[in-house]
Design a protein around this ligand. Structure first.
Ligand SMILES: [Zn+2]
Length: 121
């Protein structure tokens, strides 16, 4: 489990214009809560089980469970800056199980993340 950090209120973070723009603090808070939920998302566990038994979905290596990640084949994208952006983000994040695959952290997930970042620029 990632270590729990208390989310602190900092007045300088708190900017909500009430015009559909999400405050930075609120977006960060929601993201952290979603990440906690994601760890418990059943299709994520299933994808990990499959990769543990059958190997990394990219390179095929059998690696210990602790060295496996579950990734989104279609990337979930960036944390939205507007309220409207959240419906797509949530659906991409907690997606259909067919969009999830278990792959090794190193090198496959590292490489994929780097590629996705480049593509989203
Ligand atoms: Zn791999």
């Amino acid at each position: 489990m990632p270590k729990k950090r208390k989310i602190r209120f900092k007045a300088s973070d708190w900017k909500t214009d009430f015009d559909g723009t999400l405050g930075r603090w609120l977006a960060r808070y929601l993201k952290r809560k979603l990440d906690e939920l994601w760890v418990q998302y059943p299709p994520r566990g299933a994808a990990k089980d499959a990769a543990e038994a059958g190997g990394c979905r990219v390179c095929g290596r059998i690696v210990p469970r602790a060295e496996l990640d579950v990734e989104h084949i279609k990337p979930k994208g960036r944390v939205p800056k507007t309220v409207d952006g959240w419906s797509d983000y949530l659906l991409n994040y907690f997606c259909n199980p067919t969009n999830l695959q278990g792959i090794c952290k190193d090198p496959c997930h590292k490489e994929k993340t780097a590629r996705d970042r480049k593509n989203s620029k």
